[in-house]
Design a protein around this ligand. Structure first.
Ligand SMILES: Nc1ncnc2c1ncn2[C@@H]1O[C@H](COP(=O)(O)OP(=O)(O)O)[C@@H](O)[C@H]1O
Ligand SMILES: [Mg+2]
Length: 239
């Protein structure tokens, strides 16, 4: 049984098909990449997987059970957490408080939530930033806070939406190290990323989307050499 499975998932917004007949399965323990040009439907895949939107058609299974009719809160409680491409922390709360808010999805006890938040901020190497207000963080640290907030939910699978965008080279290296550390701790990862060096080096398998549909699936090497991927995505990216 796959950890996360999409079966023929379609999401339409009015007349626009953002995701069409998407089928793929993420196995426990994988780092699975999702790539494609802007507007391809990648974030919408995350939005239907985490229950933000119901799919128009198709099924989503997590640990073999249908989750496509559940709300985000129920889905995160089952062990699926995500980060957001556009980061939106609670600006006037501190880093630690922001992470505690996430931890409250897993516990009703303040002390326990605090302990989980301390652990998640340590794991994402934000100890020195815990008492800063989220609104005062530089972009790199705001992205890091997103990771810590997702980790505090103790996920079995973590969905990362462009966590590397806008980071400087040192921050990219640091974030790669943290993502690997999360993976080594037993968390399965589904990652959307435009930085080809990052996605090619950390993913075991990749799906490439274009206009909402899957155009290729395979190892990083297979996908990078696929003519349709080069034409739809890599060629344009290199141009
Ligand atoms: N809530 C929404 N309402 C209408 N259109 C949407 C909505 N969310 C996404 N879209 C559209 O769906 C398409 C895919 O968007 P998105 O999933 O954000 O792509 P990506 O993350 O690959 O850049 C785009 O054309 C986008 O404008
Ligand atoms: Mg997106």
């Amino acid at each position: 049984m796959s950890l996360l499975e999409l079966k023929d998932v379609t999401k339409r917004f009015g007349g626009l098909q953002a995701v069409g007949h998407m089928t793929f399965a993420v196995e426990k323990g994988e780092i699975f990449g999702l790539i494609g040009p802007n507007g391809a439907g990648k974030t919408t895949v995350f939005n239907v997987v985490n229950g933000y939107y119901p799919p128009t058609e198709g099924q989503i299974l997590f640990k073999g059970e249908r989750i496509d009719a559940l709300k985000p809160y129920d889905i995160s409680r089952r062990g699926l957490a995500r980060t957001f491409q556009v980061v939106k922390p609670l600006a006037r709360l501190t880093v630690l408080e922001n992470v505690m808010v996430s931890a409250f999805s897993r516990t009703d006890h303040r002390d326990e939530a605090r302990a989980m938040a301390l652990e998640a901020t340590a794991f994402s190497e934000m100890e020195a930033w815990r008492d800063r207000t989220a609104g005062s963080l530089p972009l790199g640290m705001r992205k890091r806070l997103e990771l810590a907030r997702a980790l505090a939910m103790k996920p079995e699978i973590l969905l990362l939406d462009e966590n590397f965008a806008g980071l400087n080279p040192a921050e990219v290296e640091k974030t790669i190290a943290i993502v690997r550390k999360i993976h080594e701790s037993g968390v399965t990862i589904l990652i959307i990323e435009h930085n080809m060096r990052v996605i090619m080096s950390i993913s075991q398998r990749i799906v490439c989307m274009c206009y909402g549909e899957k155009i290729a699936e395979g190892t990083p090497q297979e996908v990078a050499n696929d003519p349709s991927v080069i034409e739809a995505y890599l060629g344009a990216a290199h141009a």
